[in-house]
Design a protein around this ligand. Structure first.
Ligand code: NDP
Ligand SMILES: O=C(O)C1=N[C@H](C(=O)O)C[C@H](O)C1
Length: 272
């Protein structure tokens, strides 16, 4: 369609990729140009996603799709929901072809994000990496930053389905980084602690913020940030009941990323 944003989805056959394909197919300013996965090869990406046939077969070959999209009049966008082990190379490939990445895949290290930011700067290309595309999580993180001015003790508990590859969740790590950025060290020791079971007190994140990861079937994605001080607890909680909650953030990112000339890390950076 003339004027539509060409979109490639990597992880097209996965839980998030299917949602993205549904959302792109339902938007009148975007067109699905490519679908990459290791599953359902050759199948129509629209049918795999549960919408109408889109005449876009699922292929394992991202490079060829980027080369194809690079020839379009409109700059293209890559939406990646794959796996921590493949996301870095996918982003590099997209930028090399002038295709703007929108990345939901978690598990990138801060060093990798920094390297990608430098790569974007050199190419004057935008890229959006958001460990969480839901608006509710942005609001939770903002409330947590507010609370962190008044509470010195905080722990994060994230709970996810047991198909999740990475721990802690990208969202929990980002939340801890945001709390650490205000420039304070949390959880001053009260007693000499021992762990009879290794790891039972959780992982130690930035500025002594502990993160606890729960993995169970029946969960989707949930996070609590618990602040404590003498005589009171302040708990912030976000629950995902359906992955459609991420789609407004993904679509907004597809529409905005082509106006950027650098990498941004976090949905909050592009919200009006
Ligand atoms: N930012 C956000 O708001 C959200 C982020 N996420 C993150 O998104 C990522 C994907 O999550 P989810 O959709 O649940 O995962 P799924 O496992 O359901 O889907 C991932 C898909 O990507 C495929 N894949 C993996 N590696 C490659 C590769 N090298 N080339 C092509 N395809 C590949 C997988 O195939 P195979 O099964 O063969 O590995 C699978 O089909 C995770 O990192 C998750 O944490 C999830 C929800 C929201
Ligand atoms: O794997 C998931 O499901 C999710 N992953 C992201 C994360 O690691 O933070 C976002 C959300 O929590 C769902």
């Amino acid at each position: 369609m003339n004027g539509s944003i060409p979109v490639i989805v990597t992880g097209a056959a996965g839980k998030m990729g299917r949602q993205v394909i549904q959302a792109v197919a339902g938007s009148n300013d975007m067109i699905l140009m490519g679908a990459v996965d290791r599953q359902h090869l050759g199948a129509d990406a629209g049918e795999v996603a549960g919408v109408e046939a889109l005449e876009v077969p699922i292929t394992p070959d991202l490079q060829s799709l980027c080369a194809l999209v690079a020839q379009e009049k409109q700059a293209g966008v890559l939406v990646d929901f794959t796996h921590p082990r493949s996301v870095y190379e996918n982003i590099r490939a997209a930028i090399a072809y002038g295709v703007y990445p929108v990345v939901g895949t978690t598990g990138l290290s801060l060093e990798q994000i920094q390297a990608l930011a430098e790569f974007c700067d050199k190419a004057s290309m935008g890229c959006i990496i958001a460990p969480n595309f839901s608006i509710g999580m942005v609001l939770l993180q903002q409330a947590a930053i507010q609370a962190s001015r008044y509470f010195d003790h905080v722990e994060i508990i994230e709970l996810h389905h047991n198909q999740k590859a990475d721990a802690p969740s990208g969202t929990a790590l980002k939340t801890a980084q945001m709390l650490a950025e205000i420039g304070k060290t949390y959880n001053p020791p009260q007693v000499a602690e021992t762990e009879a079971l290794p790891g039972v007190r959780g992982g130690l994140g930035p500025e002594h913020i502990r993160i606890h990861s729960v993995r169970l079937p029946g969960l989707i994605a949930h996070q609590e940030v618990m602040f404590g001080s003498p005589g009171e607890l302040y708990t912030l909680r976000h629950d995902t009941s359906d992955r459609s909650c991420y789609m407004p953030g993904v679509l907004l990112s597809i529409r905005k990323v082509r106006q950027l000339q650098q990498l941004v890390y976090g949905l909050e950076k592009i919200l009006d």
